[in-house]
Structures are given as C-alpha cells and as structure tokens.
Design a protein around this ligand. Structure first.
Ligand code: SDX
Length: 441
C-alpha cells in the first residue's frame, strides 16, 4: 500500500494486490493530534478482502474528542488538558464534568453539577436485597457486575438511549451511585450494615465514610487520605479505547441501555490483563515479600523472563505506553504522601515496589520490550494503605472509569456515523461437509 497526496490535498492510500485484483484507493483522515487513519470501510466491497488485526494493534474503531494518549512520550490528555495539571488543580467531580462536557466547569457549573450528583447518591432501597443472594466471600466484581446491571430494572425512566435528557440523567445516576454500590459490596462482605450516603460530604469523603464508618462510633475523615482517593479516581477516569471502554461502546452500538453497557464494562475490566492488574500487582508484591522480599527479586525476575513460567511482572507493560505511564508517576507521588501521613514511609511493600521498579527499568529484557510501570503498579499500595481490601481494588477502578465509559458511550450514540459493531473473521475451520448417520460416524 502506498499513501498519496493528490493535488486536491485529499490524502489517500492505494492498496494493490499481487493476485491481480483491482487496486483500491482509500481516503486518509487526519486528527487534531496523533496518527492519521486510513478509511477502509469500502475495502471489502471493492476487493472482497477483510483486514486482519486481532487485538486491534493497528485499528482505530472510532473517532473521539475525549482522551488522547501518546504512548511514545507518556502523555495523557483529558479533553486537551495534561493529566499532571488536572491531578493537581481539579477534583474528581470537576474532572467528570470536563470528560462529560468537554470543558472545565466555572464555579456555578461546578456547584450545579456537584448538587446534581450529590442528590442521586442513594440507590433504590430494594437494591439492598440483591446482596443477600451472594456468599459473603464473593469477589466484589461478581457482585458489582450484577448490581450495576440490575440498575436497568430500577431506572427504566432514563434508559431511552435516543433521548439526550435521559442519557444525561443516566450519566448522573451512574456516577453518583457507583460509590454507594461499591461501599455496599464491601460492607456486605464484612458483615457490617450498609452506610447511607451523606450529602454534606464531598464525593470522595462520602465514599470513604460509606466504606469505613459504622453506627457505633463517630467517623473522622482524613483529608490527606480523601485527597489520595480523589486522585486515584482522577487518574483512572478515562483512557481512550481500552478494552473495557471498547466493550461499553460495542454493547452500546446495539442500543442496549446505559446500565447494561456499564455492567459489560465492569465485566471486562475484571480481567487481570486490564483493571484486575492492580489486585494482581499487589498480590505479586505480597508474594515476593512473603518469600524472601528484596533478596528474592532476582529470582522472581528470572522467572518472569522464563516464558514457560507464565509469570508476568504485573503492573508493568501497556499496549499503548511504550514509555513511563504518566499516571504511574502521579500514583507514586500519592503513595509517598499517604505512607508519610500514616507513618508507613518504611513500608516494606513500597520499598520492595521501588526496588523492583529500579531493577526492571535497568534490565535489558524489560527495556527491549518497553515495559514500564503502569497505573496499576503503585495504585494497589496506595489503596492498601487507605484500608481498601485487595479484592476491592478493581471495583474502585470501575467506580472511577464509569465517567469515561458513559462519556465514550454518549459520544458514540450521538455520532451520526455510528452503526452496530459487527467485526468479520478469517475462517480457518472445516469446509462444507455432509452429516453422516450416527452409525457411520
Ligand atoms: C490497564 O488499555 C488501557 O489503556 C488499559 C489501562 C486503562 O487505563 O484502561 O491503562 C489499564 O489495563 C493497564 C495494564 C494493566 N495490565 C497489567 O499490568 C498486566 C501485565 N501487563 C501485560 O499483561 C501486558 O503488558 C499488557 C496486556 C498490558 C499489554 O500487552 P500487549 O501490548 O499485548 O503486549 P504483549 O503481551 O504482546 O507483550 C509484548 C512482549 C511479550 O514478550 P515477547 O513475546 O515479545 O518476548 O512483552 C512481554 C510479552 O511476554 N510482556 C511482559 C509483560 N507485558 C508484556 N513480560 C513480563 N511482564 C509483563 N507485565
């Protein structure tokens, strides 16, 4: 294929075939930043051939204005604003407003948005009965997939995907209620009563109270820890067309209601290669710690390099970031702040994580494969220090990513070009054959 810029400035690419089929010329589109794309939509009709891209390494599934990532230089922009500036100058609800509406809110817009979210934090009282059907030791993501999907049964009045007003109220309901459902999931697992949301607290302070307060004593909020949680939510809010966001878009392309689509995103995020990596990364650090600690890092790294071991350095590597994940740097800073606030700066796990990171960043195996720490490497240590149990880490990730999922879903639904997502395949199975009677098989 070669790309040509015809004299009318409409760049295009022409694909020619060695089998003599007629060549196909396809338009090339330029975004505001980032790689150009080749529009292959007419390729099959004109050539009878599909493109082949398992894992979508070279495929743009949509156009979007929400989040931009440059993996080569480790850059992440939410609606054009660098994550480093958002993390320092905004809180999570301001970030939600930005991701949903495309601009940072002014004071009155912010106050109105906070009021709307705050007045939707309670869930329907009957939803609390769903938890009783689960074993207390169920994985929180099994519970969260169920209760988020069940929201479809309670909020049918905001499920018409073609009504922008209903899409807007669904977005508010999901952002507002996810913390309540995640906290209920946790309380159920430890046999404590559910704690209702408190509307005079900030989003993150409210979540920490629903998680850690109990009816028997006064709960005192710690502003440093609340700010740390808020930053975790900001850093996980959106991330372009990752696996769970693509799942939400694909589910949404069939016209499924927003609650069902977000439940699909929760299910996909659960995987250890994706959102489940923070749980896996902390378990990996605990495992090394329990089996010799820093002295054993060399042995562990050797295991990772041994393909047959199946051992991965969880919290390292990324499909897009071939440089340091900018979120990992911010998460490491938050780690320092929280551990210092809690007098845990000598935390053996944090020391082990930094030792592991140092070795990996200098080791040819990881350097050659451009494997750097990603957002999940440090987030587990921070969450652990906040008192969040390891199995709940991915549920916190889902709580943060809900705004990204719903914004991307909304963008897709409002895109006049959108169609139901229906990829094709390279068929390598049996060619047509006849069924034989069982006696002849
Ligand atoms: C998230 O997409 C997103 O944006 C996701 C996310 C978001 O915010 O939504 O950023 C959140 O999911 C972060 C990623 C969390 N996952 C992990 O930390 C799990 C460990 N990482 C890997 O599973 C892996 O790095 C992936 C899945 C993240 C990316 O894998 P790719 O891009 O498909 O790369 P690959 O598996 O083809 O690996 C390339 C090479 C291979 O070695 P070779 O075959 O070339 O010899 O790198 C090796 C891999 O074996 N490799 C690793 C490794 N990750 C890749 N080797 C050891 N440890 C690792 N972690």
């Amino acid at each position: 294929m070669n790309s040509t810029v015809s004299n009318d400035n409409n760049p295009s690419a022409t694909l020619s075939f060695s089998d003599g089929s007629p060549s196909v010329t396809m338009p090339i589109y330029k975004g505001t930043i980032g790689p150009d794309v080749i529009d292959i939509r007419k390729l099959y009709g004109q050539s009878g051939k599909f493109t082949y891209d398992p894992g979508f390494l070279s495929t743009a599934a949509c156009n979007s204005s929400i989040t931009y990532i440059d993996g080569d230089i480790g850059k992440l922009l939410y609606r054009g604003y660098p994550i480093e500036q958002i993390a320092v100058n905004c809180d999570f609800l301001e970030t939600c407003y930005l991701i949903l509406h495309g601009e940072l809110p002014n004071k009155s817009q912010r106050d109105d948005f906070v009021h709307r979210v705050t007045s939707h934090t309670m869930v329907h009282e009957q939803m609390s009965t769903f938890f009783r059907g689960f074993r207390r030791d169920s994985h929180p993501m099994a519970v969260l997939v169920a209760v988020v999907g069940a929201m479809s049964a309670f909020y049918a009045d905001s499920s018409d995907v073609n009504d922008p007003q209903q899409r807007a109220i669904s977005a508010i309901r999901l952002i507002a209620k996810l913390p309540t459902l995640v906290a209920m999931t946790y309380k159920y697992s430890i046999g404590q009563p559910f704690v209702y949301p408190s509307n005079d607290l900030s989003y993150s302070a409210n979540f920490m109270r629903m998680m850690f307060s109990n009816p028997c004593e006064e709960y005192k909020s710690n502003d440093v820890l609340v700010r740390a949680l808020d930053r975790i939510l900001i850093l996980h809010a959106d991330h372009e067309q990752n696996a769970s966001t693509s799942t939400v878009r694909l589910a949404g392309s069939s016209g499924a209601n927003p609650f069902a689509c977000i439940a699909a995103g929760v299910a996909c995020l659960w995987g250890p290669a994706h959102g489940g990596a923070n749980e896996a990364a902390l378990n990996m650090l605990i495992d090394i710690q329990n089996n010799g600690g820093v002295e054993k890092i060399g042995e562990f790294i050797a295991d990772v390099k041994n393909k047959n071991s199946g051992t991965k350095l969880m919290g390292f590597g990324h499909r897009v970031y071939k440089n340091y994940d900018p979120r990992a740097k911010l998460m490491r800073e938050t780690c320092h702040e929280v551990l210092n606030e809690l007098g845990l700066h000598d935390s053996p796990l944090f020391k082990l994580a930094m030792a592991l990171e140092k070795i990996a960043l200098e080791d040819e195996y990881f350097v050659k494969r451009q494997l750097y720490p990603n957002v999940d490497f440090y987030s587990g240590i921070v969450q652990s220090a906040l008192g969040i149990p390891v199995p709940l880490f991915t549920a916190i990730f889902a709580m943060a990513r809900t705004v990204g999922w719903i914004a991307q879903w909304n963008e897709m639904i409002s895109d006049p070009e959108q169609k139901i997502g229906r990829p094709r395949q390279l068929f390598v199975g049996a060619t047509e054959r006849d069924v034989k009677p069982i006696a002849q098989r």
